[in-house]
Design a protein around this ligand. Structure first.
Ligand SMILES: Nc1ncnc2c1ncn2[C@@H]1O[C@H](COP(=O)(O)OP(=O)(O)O)[C@@H](O)[C@H]1O
Ligand SMILES: [Mg+2]
Length: 360
């Protein structure tokens, strides 16, 4: 990392198995996991603004993340540079023309305390969860989503301008036709993956809840619960019906950017009725199934990043998670290393972080 977050120039190497990054709060532990995650998703889980990643304490106006890794038994590297104007992505000496080309080169799954918002938060957290998962497996979806979002921006902009109403309506009709087409593809891709997540997370959930609980996921789109294939006509009709409302509200009101996923435990909406413990277990099941899906689709084991999450679990659950990933590389952050995986005999690599420096 060069000029990245609170690091000036830092190289870190990790062991194949379990790595524990420890240190007090605010020293730069999460920043390390974030930099690794960015190499798999081209996005920070904490901000959409690359500017925030540049070290604010130096005069230099750029940052670099350079990651060497082994993937499917070959040595590779990813280099990401940002200089306030341009983002550059380099993969094994090739300068990638489009950021989507970074997808599926390296995969990691990040577990953070904020994951609880997948259940407790608003619909945007659930959309982000499923979209990030699909993007890391299918770059076609990344481009599809990019196109859809651009179109939404374009439509929002035109809803905001005061213009001759018939001309404007005609233009909105044209945009709606494209939106219906792309939006339907987005919804159907999400439905396909939701089905995968549903099957896997329910299995995992049952096993961690000692078969006392079942988890169920339902996709909520423009016409309520959507199960099988979503038809373009449904979205087109809805979009056309909303033309008047949207021009009053001056924003796009229907489409996959407004959809939601309902997560139920034993038939009840977890967001409203789930207990703390149930929500924690459900989130864990969702994330573990994400790791499973990524492993299967990318045909490689993702690096598991556990940011401050293990210390929240009892020792038997900590062990269960680490056991599940015994063939993956695992990088854990915590403030108190004594509380993590006590009495474990594995070779654990400890990395101590203080004020943006690694002190091994
Ligand atoms: N762009 C930046 N430039 C300099 N320092 C930053 C930047 N972004 C975050 N920091 C610093 O990084 C520290 C937080 O790092 P973080 O990895 O979240 O800590 P923790 O060790 O608690 O996980 C804070 O001290 C914060 O001020
Ligand atoms: Mg942290």
């Amino acid at each position: 990392m060069t000029n990245y977050r609170n690091y000036i120039e830092q190289t870190i190497s990790f062991d194949k198995g379990i790595n524990i990054i420890h240190g007090k709060n605010g020293q730069g532990k999460t920043n390390i996991l974030e930099s690794i995650f960015i190499c798999s998703a081209a996005k920070s889980p904490r901000t959409s603004n690359y500017k925030e990643l540049i070290n604010q304490d130096t005069k230099d106006n750029y940052f670099v993340i350079n990651m060497e890794y082994t993937y499917k038994d070959t040595d590779n590297y990813i280099k990401i540079k940002y200089d306030n104007k341009e983002k550059t992505f380099i993969y094994n000496d090739i300068c990638l023309e489009k950021v989507g080309e970074l997808m599926t080169r390296f995969s990691s799954v990040l577990f953070t305390p904020e994951d609880l918002y997948i259940i407790k938060g608003g619909p945007d957290y659930r959309r982000k969860f499923i979209d990030m998962l699909i993007c890391q497996i299918d770059k076609g979806y990344f481009y599809l989503l990019q196109k859809y979002n651009r179109l939404i921006k374009q439509k929002n902009a035109s809803l905001k301008v005061e213009a001759d109403s018939s001309e404007k309506t005609a233009y909105i009709h044209v945009l709606n036709e494209y939106l219906a087409d792309l939006g339907t593809k987005v919804i159907n891709k999400r439905l396909e993956f939701l089905h995968e997540i549903k099957i896997r997370s329910n299995k995992i959930h049952q096993s961690i809840s000692s078969h006392l609980e079942e988890i169920d996921l339902r996709y909520i789109s423009v016409d309520g619960v959507t199960e099988d294939v979503f038809e373009k006509e449904t979205l087109k009709r809805k979009l056309d019906n909303y033309i008047e409302r949207e021009s009053i509200r001056k924003t796009c009101l229907v489409g996959p950017h407004r959809d939601d996923i309902e997560i139920c435990i034993n038939g009840k909406d977890a967001r409203s009725f789930g207990s703390q413990g149930q929500i924690r277990t459900a989130v864990l099941s969702l994330k573990l199934s994400q790791a499973d899906i990524m492993e299967q689709k990318n045909d490689a084991k993702p690096v598991i990043l556990l940011d401050d999450v293990l210390s929240e679990l009892d020792i038997s659950r900590q062990r269960a998670i680490v056991e599940k990933f015994h063939n993956n590389q695992i990088i854990i952050t915590c403030t108190d290393k004594e509380k993590i995986l006590e009495n474990r005999n594995d070779n654990i690599r400890y990395i101590f972080v203080q004020k943006g420096k690694i002190i091994v």
